[in-house]
Design a protein around this ligand. Structure first.
Ligand code: SAM
Length: 217
């Protein structure tokens, strides 16, 4: 009952934040980003920052930032990575991520592509795949809502079904996930597709607990 109330509040807040947002330049950690209206808000949400601060990136890694949104994670990882491919299903996100790669002088290191899950990187392999996925239970009614709703964990299941094909030997996957999603089912999905995981960081808000999963092939 309490969880349902918290979930309804978070969904309402997400919808309100995004509806009221105007395009603006904002600082996130120590960098400046252009935040675009129809793209997931990395300023008022915590999952992206959890990934930025804790992802185990090795100098020179070839990285896939899947579901890049405004490209914030890609920009921070590009400081040490050899190359970052940043992808998103949303054309608005792709535009926004390109602007932010440019704004942060990372155009040479970050390549932004549009498409569903691994479609834009067919045949390629990565040392690190980072995904800040949608995890709230519910049905997305438009492209923006696809940033937070994953009905019946279908997307995360498809992600793990395909991920092994795109990882170099010894490679890692890092995802942020919340107890608003079905954590037990997530861990079952990870194991079902042959991966092992460790929770390497977590954060608590008044509404939810967010975990950082490091997954090894
Ligand atoms: C929670 S947001 C994270 C955005 C960004 N990485 C961040 O941390 O601010 C999830 C992102 O995944 C994208 N997405 C949702 N479904 C997708 C799919 N099937 N393929 C690629 N990207 C998808 C959404 O458009 C959204 O930008």
């Amino acid at each position: 009952m309490v969880k349902k109330f918290k979930l309804a509040t978070v969904v309402l807040l997400l919808k309100l934040f995004h509806a009221l947002r105007r395009p603006a330049y904002k600082r996130i950690l120590n960098r400046r980003f252009y935040l675009c209206p129809n793209v997931f808000d990395p300023l008022r949400t915590l999952t992206g920052k959890l990934l930025i601060k804790n992802t185990a990136l090795i100098e020179g890694d070839i990285v896939l930032d899947l579901g890049t949104g405004s490209g914030v994670i890609a920009v921070f990882l590009a400081e040490k990575a050899g190359k970052v491919i940043a992808t998103d299903i949303s054309p608005a996100a792709v535009q926004c991520a390109k602007i932010n790669a440019d704004l942060n002088d990372r155009k040479e290191k970050i390549e932004v592509r549009q498409g569903n899950l691994f479609e834009p990187v067919k045949g390629e392999k990565f040392d690190l795949i980072v995904f800040n996925p949608p995890y709230l239970p519910g049905k997305a009614r438009n492209l923006l809502e696809q940033a937070w709703f994953d009905e019946n964990q279908e997307l995360i299941c498809k992600f793990f079904k395909q991920a092994g094909e795109f990882i170099n030997p010894g490679g890692r996957i890092e995802i942020a996930y919340s107890n608003f999603g079905n954590i037990f089912q997530l861990e079952e999905i990870i194991g079902h597709f042959g991966f092992k995981f460790e929770i390497t960081a977590e954060m608590r808000t008044p509404f939810e607990k967010i975990y950082l999963y490091q997954i090894i092939a």
